[in-house]
Design a protein around this ligand. Sequence first.
Ligand SMILES: *Cc1c(COP(=O)(O)O)cnc(C)c1O
Length: 367
Amino acid sequence: MMRIPLSRPSLGEEEKEAVLAVLESGFLSLGEQHATFEREFAEYLGVPYAVSCNSGTSALHMAMLILGIGPGDEVITTPFSFIASSNCILMVGATPVFVDIDPHTYNLDVSQIEARITPRTKAILPVHVFGYPANMNAILDLARRYDLRVVEDACEALGSTYDGKKVGTIGDLAAFGFYPNKQMTTGEGGMLVTRSAEWAELARSLRNQGRGKEGVWLVHERLGFNYRLDEMSAAVGLAQLRKLDRLLAKRAQVARWYDDRLRELPDVVLPPRPAGERMSWFVYVVRFANQQQRDRVMEGLLANGIGCRPYFSPIHLQPFYRQRFGYRPGDFPVTERVARTALALPFFADLREDEVEYVVERIKRYL
Ligand SMILES: *Cc1c(COP(=O)(O)O)cnc(C)c1O
C-alpha cells in the first residue's frame, strides 16, 4: 500500500547547512538570520517593513494591538478559516463579527459586509482562504467609506496576487505564517508586514517584551510578549524563501495534475482559480455532492493510507465559540454547506504525478 501524507515540507541540504551554521556561530536569537530573513521577505513582497515573529497567530495578535483594537470594538471577519484569524480578535478583548462566504471563492462575501458594520466596527480582517485572493477592492472601498482598518490574513497565500499586487501588501497590515504545511516553513514562525515605519517599530517592541527602540535589555516601555523568531528557524526560512518561487511552481503543477484527472468526475467540484492572477496554492480542496459522499471517500482514502481532512470546520461552531456567543448550526449556511462537503487531498511541492494518479484512482473507487 502506498502511504501518502496530507502534507510534507520540502526541505533539502540548504536548510540543513543553514541551521548547522547558526549552531556553530553560537548566536541563537536576535542575530543576523532573522534580520536578513526580514529584509529579503520584505523585498520579495515589495513592502518596506517585515517583522518576524514566532507564529502567524502572534503576527495577527500584534496587528490587533498595533491598531489599538480592544474591548467594545468589533472586527468583521470570516467563519470559514483557521481559528487564529478569529481568535486574535478575542485575544485583545474585541468581538469577531462573522460574515458568510462566497460559495465559489470561499472568501468573505463582500456584498454582506456593509450590513454588519456598526459604530463599534474598527477593522475588516479578510483571509485569503487556501491561497485564493479575497476581493480587496470592495473591502478597501468599504474601509475608506467607514474609516476602518484592513488586516490581511495572508497566512495561506504567500505569493498570490490580487490586481497584480502580492497579497499582504494591500491592507494596512498583513500576517504570514510558516507552519510546516504552509507554502514555505520555518518550523514555527510568522511575519507581520506593513508600510508604516512606526507600526514596524511597535511590532519589534511588542515581540521583544515591550523593549524600546534602543533595545536596552532591562527597560520595558509597554506590555510586550516573547514572540521572537529564533535564529535556527529564521535560517530555515531564508533558505525556503530563496527557493519559494520554485516551490510555488511545483505546487501549481500538482494542482494541474489533480485538475486534469478530477475534471471528468461529475460529482467533484474543483478548487476555484482566480482569473488573471497568480495563485499560490496552500491546499488542494475539492467538494463532493453531499456529506455522505465526502465522508465515504474520506474514510476510503484514510483506509488506503492516504492523508485527507475536512477543511475547514466552521469557526462559529467550535465548542468554545458556541458556548461564548451562542452560535448554532444554520447561522452561516454557505460556510456550513461548504464545510460539510469539502475535503483536502494530499498536497505538497514534492508530491509525484503517480501519487496523484493513485489518489484519484481511489477517489473514483469510493465515489
Ligand atoms: C496557518 C494560519 C495561521 C497561522 O497559524 P500559526 O500556526 O500560528 O502560524 C493564521 N491564519 C490562517 C488562516 C492560517 O491558515
